[in-house]
Design a protein around this ligand. Structure first.
Ligand code: NAD
Length: 458
């Protein structure tokens, strides 16, 4: 499998192999072999578990649906990663997302590995009872590989707290008397979920920008930095920033509210989009009203003049992909993978792009933006809030002491800040892109552990 993630891993390993102060005990032929081993280990999953779930439908027949649980790497801890219900789920995509989880948890020092699950279904075309059956069957078919100490799934696109509750319930049925609160994360608060989990990713995504534009630029940016990113960053100082957000779901709508409420940065959200429309207002959109409307309308933004009036929002309605051609200073991508690519990259004028979604930018587009000096805060850095608070949920499930929402956010910011303080100065001092730096940093950690465990040589 060759894709952006695999290419990035290959490139990062190439850099590290020639950085002789890293793993200095390895030299000559043995260094070469160790780095070949690392490439093999990091670019292939430990296990691809596949099943065809047998689902009885309410109309009376039984169907089979393909389902996956990919376990990429567990050297840092139990496999961790969401379960996606989507009609376009395929094995390569799930493997790629599992690899990104391994890199994300390592980057932020979360003691989990990387995994991912998926079921090839459109959840909207099933009844509630049938979705309940899909969840139960998923756990039954993969029960041998799931446990609070082996592999801990959470929600992803098409799943949420309800699905996690159902899955944990089935896990409990199959494993009577065993610890079960840590078997799934993203559960409802009533069933042992963590306060703050729902907003964690969006809050973390916005925090990755806020830290860059405030603390980092005023205190932590190397003063001698002549990096192309420094020029980009300084150009955003002391001016009002316009913000665009693609996707207005769990991640995008929280990012929008964070920007709207932020007192430390002078910014206004001028464009938002979802699966139907782009909405634009030069003076800034009424985000609380949009969020309220979406809450009562299956997550969708207003898409007609009538719906705009109903929401009490003034905006221009544009076609869905018009978001890319609107002039904004900062663009958040919080919808799906591969949204920015060769077909639209040249339309985008943003100086900073923040990846709320996983892998929203293609390799070609990534190269194009890097060439232009556009700052891209990458997925594994920016959108780890959900993974981090899932770890807090797992810990809370172990000792059944539950923390306040504010304490969760404080701990989340603290954890992300440690990563930012390690990574951001490297980016602004070094010759690598933001994404390269994050990959290198994460792969260094995993490689060091593998080396010390004696797993890199025969
Ligand atoms: P969601 O289903 O709640 O929201 C997705 C949003 O994207 C919706 O507003 C939808 O209308 C919009 N959308 C769909 N297709 C679109 C298109 N073609 N153009 C514009 N908008 C479109 O999902 P979410 O939980 O907000 O996740 C968004 C992305 O972030 C996903 O890629 C997910 O994998 C990633 N992510 C989510 C979390 C989390 O904790 N929720 C954590 C890490 C990464």
């Amino acid at each position: 499998m060759e894709n952006h993630t695999v290419e990035m891993i290959r490139h990062s390993l190439h850099v590290l192999e020639h950085e002789l102060t890293f793993l200095p005990d390895l030299f000559g032929e043995s260094r070469k072999k160790a780095f070949n081993s690392l490439l093999a280990i990091l670019t292939t999953p430990n296990h691809v578990n596949k099943a065809y779930l047998r689902i009885p439908l309410e109309r009376g027949d039984v169907i089979r649906v393909p389902a996956f649980r990919v376990q990429h790497n567990n050297v840092m801890g139990p496999y961790k990663g969401g379960i996606r219900f989507h009609q376009r789920v395929d094995e390569d995509e799930i493997v790629n997302l599992a690899i990104l989880m391994t890199l994300k948890t390592a980057l932020h020092n979360v003691p989990f590995g990387g995994g991912k699950g998926g079921v090839v279904v459109d959840p909207h075309s099933f009844t509630k009872q049938e979705r309940y059956m899909i969840c139960k069957k998923y756990v039954q078919y993969f029960s041998r590989v799931l446990s609070p100490t082996e592999d801990i799934p959470g929600p992803d696109v098409g799943t949420g707290a309800q699905e996690m509750d159902w899955m944990m319930g089935e896990y409990k049925n199959i494993n009577p008397g065993k610890e079960y609160l840590g078997s799934f994360t993203g559960k409802s608060v009533e069933n042992g979920g963590s306060l703050g989990r729902e907003k964690a990713t969006g809050k973390g995504v916005y925090f990755s920008l806020k830290y860059l534009l405030t603390d980092f630029v005023s205190k932590d940016m190397p003063s001698e930095s002549v990096h192309k990113y420094s020029k980009t960053l300084l150009a955003t100082k002391e001016q009002q920033l316009s913000i665009g957000i693609q996707g207005f779901g769990n991640v995008g709508s929280v990012v929008a509210m964070e920007a709207y409420d932020c007192k430390n940065i002078d910014n206004k959200v001028t464009v938002v989009s979802d699966r139907n429309v782009t909405l634009y207002h030069e003076e800034g959109l009424q985000i609380p009203a949009l969020q309220k409307f979406a809450q009562w309308n299956k997550g969708d933004l207003p898409k007609t003049e009538e719906e705009l009036r109903e929401a009490g929002v003034e905006a221009k309605i544009l076609e869905r992909d018009a978001i890319f051609s609107q002039s904004v200073d900062v663009l958040f991508l919080a919808a799906l993978s591969n949204q920015v690519n060769e077909t639209n990259m040249t339309e985008i004028e943003a100086k900073i792009i923040v990846e709320g979604a996983n892998a929203p930018i293609s390799k070609k587009a990534d190269d194009y933006f890097n060439e232009k000096g556009v700052i891209i805060i990458p997925d594994i850095l920016a959108n780890a809030g959900g993974a981090i608070v899932s770890y807090f949920e797992w810990l809370q499930g172990r000792d059944t002491r539950f923390l306040s929402e504010q304490k969760i956010y404080d701990d989340l910011y603290d954890k992300m800040l440690r990563t930012f303080q390690a990574v951001y100065p490297e980016v602004f001092n070094g010759e690598h892109s933001f994404r390269d730096t994050c990959y290198i940093y994460s792969i260094m950690k995993i490689s060091m552990i593998l080396f010390r465990l004696g797993k890199l040589y025969g």
